[in-house]
Design a protein around this ligand. Structure first.
Ligand code: DLL
Length: 435
């Protein structure tokens, strides 16, 4: 019989027991941090909090927040909770928005991280009979190493492709009959496009995909599912909290279960820091309660989302996070209006456009300009010019209805927008050059 990596004693634990476990682990973790991380101890002292004040999760709100600025200030070793001799690995972010974030792991941390990824693979139906093609980047990025380790734990045949080299991806996918694909959703869409073009669809044996590392919409999910003939599942995580697997989707596909035995999630008002009740939208904050080497307490992710403890049909009891709608720093303010790239993606895909688009924002004579380049399908490209400009007008109207402001839409030739092999660059905000 196929072997699964399901941990029902933890994943379906009654909510009261999960909370008790979190309380117990939080108390221990706060002591660990107080004793070993002078940077955070100082923050606690400044707030007048000591470990004695933290008796359980009800006291979590007393602890100070950590932000990316703290990580930068403490770079590289200032938030280490273990001596270097006990650390066995680092992973890091790409550092596109400032100094790199470097996260540290003991062997135990890696083991728990891989557990989280193994749960994610199991939740999409993965067993030791599966062939898992990992097309997230390997190296400093957490995507490849995390899913690779999880796949080993499940006992799958693991194909460590890393990202890129699309022809080779397709060759291995067909030759080895990969059944589960792990990559960013934008790369999955690209692979789907290449499979259609090469007429390989009936040679593909994929049944599921585990896609994350960037914001993607329900419309994008449907597009990928159709192109690849699979079920597409979401996975969430961040380098600061180990990597992918902080939360993952189950067969219900209505949000991601947070691994609550390792992370406590809160939603806060990003302006005031006030903790918001379940069901309200705000910034996601994570406290790692089992990590040894990089034990971040109340880390502000900047990701905007909603938590829900609604009973799930899969039987898992861990709280779910909705698809994050993006990071607060992805939000564009155009002519005074808040615009999320994900809203644009929803409109474009609902209007039958391809998922290949780019948003360009600029400032001319002190006014914001807002342009969206969207690729036409080959079929649309051969339409008459009149039909194409009619479609542009229709897109402008639908975008205005969604966003409340006017964008200029340009339908561009098929294949003219660069495809992404990792995290897609959807926005070019030239205004940043002038600030
Ligand atoms: O992207 C870890 C990861 C790898 C997650 C593979 C899932 C799959 P970072 O590079 O540190 O780590 O980026 C973390 O990416 O704060 C979110 O803004 C965004 N993000 C990650 N997963 C999702 C998702 C990895 N499923 C940042 N939906 C996070 C939306 C996501 N955004």
């Amino acid at each position: 019989m196929a072997k699964r990596y399901y941990q029902p004693e933890i994943e379906t634990m009654p909510v009261e027991e999960i909370k008790a476990l979190q309380s117990e682990r939080l108390v221990k973790q706060v002591k660990h941090v107080w004793d070993n991380v002078p940077y955070y101890r100082k923050k606690m002292e400044e707030k007048g909090v000591t470990p004695d004040d933290i008796k359980g999760i009800e006291d979590l709100h007393k602890l100070p927040f950590l932000t990316k600025d703290d990580l930068r200030e403490a770079y590289p070793y200032g938030l280490l909770g273990k001596p270097l001799k006990d650390c066995v690995r680092i992973q890091s972010t790409s550092g596109t928005t400032g100094r790199r974030v470097v996260a540290f792991y003991t062997q135990h941390d890696i083991d728990l991280w891989e557990d989280c990824c193994a749960r994610a693979i199991t939740a999409v139906g993965g067993t030791n009979e599966d062939v898992v093609q990992v097309a997230y980047g390997y190296g400093l990025f957490t995507g490849g190493p995390g899913l690779n380790g999880g796949s080993h734990k499940v006992g799958c045949l693991t194909v460590p492709m890393s990202s890129g080299n699309t022809d080779r991806q397709l060759q291995f996918m067909t030759d080895l009959e990969s059944t589960i694909l792990c990559c960013t959703p934008s790369y999955a869409a690209y692979l789907g496009e290449a499979i259609e073009e090469k007429g390989l669809k009936n040679q593909i044996k994929l049944k599921a995909g585990i896609f994350g590392a960037e914001a993607w919409t329900e419309e994008m999910r449907h597009d990928i599912e159709e192109k690849l003939g699979i079920k597409a599942y979401d996975i969430y995580g961040l380098t600061e909290s180990s990597g992918p697997g902080v939360a993952f989707e189950c067969e219900e596909q209505t949000g991601m279960h947070i691994n609550e035995d390792h992370f406590i999630a809160e939603i806060i008002n990003p302006e005031t820091g006030e903790v918001l009740p379940e069901g309200e939208k705000g910034e996601l904050v994570f406290t790692s309660i089992t990590k040894e080497a990089f034990p971040l307490l109340r880390y502000r992710t900047k990701d905007l989302c909603i938590l829900s403890r609604k009973q799930c049909s899969c039987g898992r009891t861990h709280i779910k996070m909705r698809k994050p709608m993006g990071r607060s720093d992805d939000m564009l303010i155009i002519r005074g209006v808040n615009v999320f790239p994900s809203q644009i993606e929803t409109v474009l895909l609902n209007e039958g456009m391809t998922p290949n688009y780019q948003i360009i924002v600029d400032r001319v004579n002190n006014n914001d300009t807002f342009d969206i380049n969207v690729e036409m399908s080959q079929e649309m490209f051969s339409d008459s010019l009149g039909k194409i400009s009619e479609k542009e007008k229709q897109l402008v109207a639908s975008l205005k209805a969604m966003l409340g402001i006017q964008a200029k839409v340009h339908l561009v030739e098929p294949k003219s927008i660069t495809r992404s092999e990792g995290k897609a660059v959807r926005v070019i905000d030239k205004r940043k050059l002038y600030d």
